[in-house]
Design a protein around this ligand. Structure first.
Ligand SMILES: Cc1cc2nc3c(=O)[nH]c(=O)nc-3n(C[C@H](O)[C@H](O)[C@H](O)COP(=O)(O)O)c2cc1C
Length: 216
């Protein structure tokens, strides 16, 4: 399933994980690599998209990045469904962003959607949830989704995590089995905007060393 050049790059050229910005040419595409911090700094939620199709290979690389995510007890309690077919995408957009969900209608212009379907966790992870009173499934899908998003960013794609959509309608159209549901989705497209960096907490409010309070 992975594009062949991906394997070639990884094993023989060894420059796939290069740090710093550089341009890598593969059989099918040219991509720039970034250091991780550059990439994290560059990423924004993108809500305007160009009318330009997304190469299937790029979507596959994003899925591969998500597949490699860590998860509680390695439970991997998710399945990604990528929709890049126009007809299915249009009917989904119509159904899942109507009524109270219409605030997310911007996503209808995205060229692909990735739905993250929550599945059952391993028993060990479920036990962990109970004991710690934390739903690790939600943590797991957040991590996998962000792996996907950061890989998309490196490939020049814009994305937005979307939690506000009609999950029942999504389940109907995507034929998601009963008891599972698409918890989160990601809209994907070539960006047609360059938003300013959104306000983030300053470093001292966000982090401290050796205890909750800042050392004085
Ligand atoms: C779990 C999650 C759910 C989100 N749901 C939505 C959503 O339903 N609609 C939307 O427009 N943005 C959504 N976002 C995007 C956030 O609004 C955005 O990440 C935040 O404002 C910070 O902006 P930035 O991503 O550009 O740094 C979501 C983000 C996350 C992580």
């Amino acid at each position: 399933m992975l594009p062949p050049y991906f394997v070639v790059d990884r094993h023989s050229r060894g420059d796939y994980g290069a740090t710093g910005s550089e341009v890598i040419r593969t059989t099918n595409m040219t991509m720039k690599t970034y250091s991780f911090l550059e990439l994290a700094r560059k990423r924004r939620s993108i809500r305007k998209y160009q009318d330009k199709p997304i190469e299937r290979d790029k979507l596959i690389l994003c899925l591969e990045a998500a597949r490699l995510s860590p998860s509680a007890c390695n439970s991997q309690p998710y399945k990604f469904i990528v929709v890049d077919d126009k007809a299915i995408r249009d009917s989904l957009a119509e159904a899942i962003f109507s009524g109270i969900y219409s605030i997310c209608k911007f996503a209808a212009k995205a060229k692909a959607f990735a739905f993250i379907v929550l599945q059952k966790q391993k028993i060990t992870a479920r036990l962990g949830n109970k004991i710690q009173n934390i739903d690790f499934k939600q943590v797991d899908i957040g991590i996998a989704a962000e792996h996907f998003v950061l890989q998309a960013e490196e490939l020049g794609l814009g994305t937005c995590h979307i939690g506000w959509f009609n999950k029942k309608k999504a389940a109907e159209i995507l034929k998601i089995p009963k008891n599972y549901r698409a918890e989160l989705m990601i809209s994907i497209g070539y960006p047609d905007e360059t938003p300013k960096e959104r306000e983030k907490k300053n470093f001292d409010d966000m982090a401290s060393f050796n205890g909750y309070q800042k050392a004085t």
